[in-house]
Design a binder for this molecule. Structure first.
Ligand SMILES: [Zn+2]
Length: 395
């Protein structure tokens, strides 16, 4: 059985070991060592990466019989060979920070609102804790986050304890798992104590800081999304860059951004309303001009055009105005929409015509007898759409 060096020392990154087994593993190769500092994916924590004799370790798996399999693209060596293992420092640090943060947060949620952790996932980019609670109030989220960061600030020792049944009686462990023999326990000062096989910081200050970044409902429980250490720092840097850009663009302080954006959104809505109103006032004159361009197309007088300076509402309105004015048919296109209208006393059905066009040209369209619309059109196919509609009305 591999001696798991990280069990006793999570800071150990370089080690010497002997190969005890090798073989093929899904088009790749596995190596088992007599001792290893590499953490295999388990207990919600991701595997370490690094090298064995300079060969990249791309995955580390715990086999069914609890051996640690180091997965590589090429064989590392043969049984009896000595290897030098190097664990990737940054990835290990990230895993230690996030895992220790998870223990702190899990205990903080119990202390603040009695919510116990039922599952954890410590991912590449963020980590989650599923709590046995349907919801956590914003106030309790804030209190939990503050308590967790106070534990970081207090720089408590994170001790690894191998506890037998006797010692277990004296440890306030959150949840004692089914097992035989010694239990590995992670104890964070007098704040938190739980059974765990993961890699942790030596002291809580190494966690950096802990930030809850979201909540989600799953299986009737609330799931807390959080960041810690370098992940939290990278997130902060990214958010700083974004808010800094916004604050320059809106020439205001970051704190004033929400009010500024709310005001701009209101101003935009008011301006849109004004534009719609002005367009409506101008439309009768525009309809008059367009009606003058209308020509007989077989049995019907038609006006067909691309209109690029009005919004959808205005074009829809204009189509009806022109159709009535020429006592015929108007077909206008704007952006990716097609608008069709027919005058009252014509024998055509705009909705029906549009439905047939949509069927033929794979568009999404329909409407009433007087007016119809189609979306998802291809702007350079206007002539095809027009010819199809005029052909239908002349059949
Ligand atoms: Zn753990």
């Amino acid at each position: 059985m591999t001696d798991r060096l990280y069990y006793r020392n999570s800071a150990l990154l370089t080690f010497e070991a002997e190969i005890v087994d090798t073989g093929a593993f899904e088009n790749r190769f596995y190596t088992v060592l007599d001792r290893s500092a590499f953490y295999p994916t388990s207990g919600g924590q991701l595997f370490d990466t690094g090298t064995l004799n300079e060969i990249a370790v791309i995955d580390v798996i715990e086999s069914e019989d609890k051996e640690v399999l180091h997965i590589t693209e090429v064989p590392v060596g043969k049984e009896g060979d000595t290897v030098t293992g190097k664990v990737d420092k940054q990835r290990r640090l990230k895993n230690r920070q996030v895992h220790t943060a998870q223990h702190i947060l899990s205990q903080a949620f119990i202390k603040v609102c009695g919510a116990e952790t039922v599952s954890v996932h410590l991912g590449e980019e963020y980590a989650t804790i599923e709590l046995n609670a349907a919801d956590i109030s914003d106030d309790n989220l804030l209190k939990t986050e503050k308590l967790a960061n106070k534990v970081v600030e207090d720089n408590l020792p994170v001790d690894i304890i191998f506890a037998d049944d006797e010692l277990l009686k004296y440890l306030p462990i959150r949840k004692i798992p089914e097992r035989e023999g010694e239990l590995r326990v992670i104890k964070i000062g007098d704040f938190e104590c739980s059974a765990c096989g993961g890699t942790h910081c030596n002291r809580t200050a190494e966690v950096g800081f802990i930030k809850i970044v979201g909540t989600e409902k799953i299986r009737g429980h609330v799931q807390i999304k959080f960041l810690a250490g370098n992940l939290a720092l990278m997130d902060y840097m990214n958010r700083f860059m974004v808010t800094n850009r916004l604050s320059k663009a809106f020439t205001c302080h970051v704190n004033d951004l929400p009010d500024k954006i709310e005001k701009l959104t209101q101003d935009y809505k008011t301006a849109q309303k004004k534009i719609t109103q002005l367009q409506k006032e101008l439309l009768p004159a525009r309809a008059e001009l367009l009606a003058g361009e209308a020509k007989m197309a077989g049995k019907v007088k038609a006006c067909c055009r691309i209109i690029s300076d009005l919004d959808n509402n205005a074009v829809n309105f204009l189509t009806a105005l022109v159709a009535d004015k020429i006592k015929g048919l108007a077909l206008f296109m704007t952006g990716e929409w097609l608008f069709l209208a027919v005058a009252d006393k014509t024998p055509f059905d705009a909705g029906e015509l549009m439905k047939q066009l949509a069927l033929q040209m794979q568009l999404k369209g329909g409407g009433s007898r007087k007016a119809a619309q189609a979306g998802g059109i291809e702007p350079d196919k206007f002539e095809e759409y027009k010819d199809f509609i005029l052909k239908l009305v002349n059949e």
